[in-house]
Design a protein around this ligand. Sequence first.
Ligand SMILES: NC(=O)c1ccc[n+]([C@@H]2O[C@H](COP(=O)([O-])OP(=O)(O)OC[C@H]3O[C@@H](n4cnc5c(N)ncnc54)[C@H](OP(=O)(O)O)[C@@H]3O)[C@@H](O)[C@H]2O)c1
Length: 281
Amino acid sequence: MRTVLITGATSGFGKLMAHAFLNHGDRVIATGRNLKERKDLFIQERALFGERFLELNMDVTNLSQVKEAQEEILKQFGHIDILINNAGYGLFGALEDLKDVEIRYQMEVNFFGTVNVTKTFLPLIMKARGKVFNFSSVFGFMGFPLTSLYCASKFAVEGLTESLRGELAPHGVQLCLIEPGGYRTNFGNSLNWSTQDDSSFKTQFQNYKNLHQKIASRKPQDPSEVSYGILKLSLKRKLPMRKVYGKDATFSHYFRNFTPSCIYFSVMDFVFKKIFMRESN
Ligand SMILES: NC(=O)c1ccc[n+]([C@@H]2O[C@H](COP(=O)([O-])OP(=O)(O)OC[C@H]3O[C@@H](n4cnc5c(N)ncnc54)[C@H](OP(=O)(O)O)[C@@H]3O)[C@@H](O)[C@H]2O)c1
């Protein structure tokens, strides 16, 4: 039986992946924040999957919680076959308007959270010659205005993962980047839209929010496509470097990677001007 550790398993892709792997017959360790105060969150999983399901309190930014979780898993199971670094959220807004504490927290969760968990659990993953899936995004390979910190955090995850792939290959550990487009999770509701009353970026900010609402109202893609996709991927002998999910992300991936840079940026300059500088009626 494979032992699977998922971060941010309290919602969205994380919770769905917990179900996908449990239904497949794996043992799942679902981790999340403030689980003591959220006792009802995993009622169903506890009842249905008994000893194959374990929940552990773990805020990925809290090193002592990460260490405690590692000690518990070492004691109970001794190794990890699959680690899924999924925990994350989005900070949107113009750089000039973001508070320092918001900037640092975005990197703390999305990037340093991935570093903390991967580094701490690495000995257990190496023992099993396991697999690591790191959640990036379309925003991990395309820069986007008013999303600079979210993009920076995901670009950083991309650099980390590509580098570790070669570093850990001799130890039998494989890594894969997950790059989803827009999916129907709680991501949109938990976005931190940050601005200031006297912002010089009012028009861009409002246009971006409007665009976001418009996209969200157009029934975003079904997230189980990603959770079951990752389950299927985990069963492969050799993992690809990256896996893109969604029609939007696939189009963006080809456009970004197969268009000469000068054409790509000319098109994007035009598109961004159209989207962000439109005068609101
Ligand atoms: N949905 C999309 O369209 C989309 C697209 C591309 C990439 N992604 C990426 O997919 C991943 C999962 O997001 P989602 O779409 O499933 O959104 P979601 O439903 O909001 O889930 C995010 C999860 O991350 C957890 N989390 C946030 N900060 C944490 C921390 N400090 N420690 C531990 N857990 C933390 C949340 O926990 P709480 O319940 O405690 O808040 C929640 O369980 C993220 O990395 C996101 O960037 C999402």
